[in-house]
Design a protein around this ligand. Structure first.
Ligand code: NAP
Length: 246
């Protein structure tokens, strides 16, 4: 009988892991997506879309579908599903591997202000700049909606949810982005500060390099903590090794 692995997805790593698992003999993979993105693209193996109904719903799904192991390969800021995955693993005894790409770290020349939340970023922002490159994702822009004196260029993959800051231009785009393009964008819009979440990964790192080259400050929203007792793996190869499938 094949070993069923559930991959909680929504990231490039989850896609890569699903492909690697689908290629393993004796392994069946199901990727789970929240359903936030309208055209998520093809995934190897089976795909299910939509919430499970909390930790209990996820635990029920694991039992019902005879899941041998779960990999939480969700985005570092998707704290709700990560908490549910940990609780469902405790409730069912189904092993859980948490795959988290490493966060970014400041190097020489970086002018980073690390903040604990989007609200904290919004409070600090007016003292740091006035023309803002905002790349914190389409949810959570409400934190910046009261900043009526600042100009925003908002970039996201899908159209953002209102409310938005009143003086905002919207750029719909999906990474990866190059350093040259990010520098050109920052210059073209005369932006003087970048606000981003510590998502980590190479695909969207170029904006940080661009900000460093231009000497611009960055407000970096720190990641939410992982559930207690969770030791994540940093990449797909380590996730496969943790599953005993290297
Ligand atoms: P979240 O706040 O952690 O989760 C909220 C609820 O959405 C969860 O309780 C769960 O509903 C459902 N959910 C989330 N991820 C799911 C998945 N992979 N499969 C099935 N249900 C899921 O999540 P979020 O921050 O809104 O992120 C949603 C998805 O977008 C995640 O898959 C994540 O990897 C991806 N994503 C998030 C970000 C970000 O910045 N947050 C960025 C890029 C991609 P139930 O309780 O009903 O099960």
């Amino acid at each position: 009988m094949s070993r069923h692995v559930l991959v909680l997805g929504g990231t490039a790593e989850a896609r890569e892991l699903a492909a690697a698992l689908a290629a393993r003999p004796g392994v069946r993979v199901t990727s789970s997506l929240a359903g936030r993105v309208s055209r998520p693209g093809a995934l190897a193996g089976d795909v299910r879309v939509g919430g499970f109904g909390g930790a209990d719903g996820l635990a029920g799904w694991l039992r019902e579908h005879d899941v041998a192991a779960t990999v939480d390969a969700t985005h570092p800021f998707a704290a709700g599903i990560t908490a549910n995955a940990a609780r469902a693993a405790d409730a069912t005894g189904v092993p859980l591997v948490v795959l988290r790409r490493p966060g970014w770290s400041a190097g020489p020349g970086d002018r980073w202000h690390e903040v604990p939340s989007l609200d904290a970023a919004a409070r600090l922002l007016p003292s740091v700049g006035s023309r803002v490159f905002l790349t914190t994702g389409r949810l959570g822009l409400a934190a910046f909606a009261g900043l009526t004196d600042l100009h925003f260029v908002v970039r996201s993959v899908e159209p953002p949810e209102p409310p938005m800051p009143p003086d905002a231009e919207l750029l719909l785009a999906r990474g990866p982005f190059t350093v040259a393009d990010e520098i050109a964008l920052l210059r073209e819009h005369r932006l003087d500060v970048l606000v981003t979440k510590d998502s980590g990964g190479a695909a969207t790192e170029a904006k940080l390099t661009a900000a460093r080259r231009l000497g611009l400050p960055v407000l970096l929203v720190r990641r939410p903590p992982l559930p207690p007792g969770v030791t994540p793996v940093p990449d797909v190869a380590s996730a496969l090794a943790r599953l005993g499938l290297a």
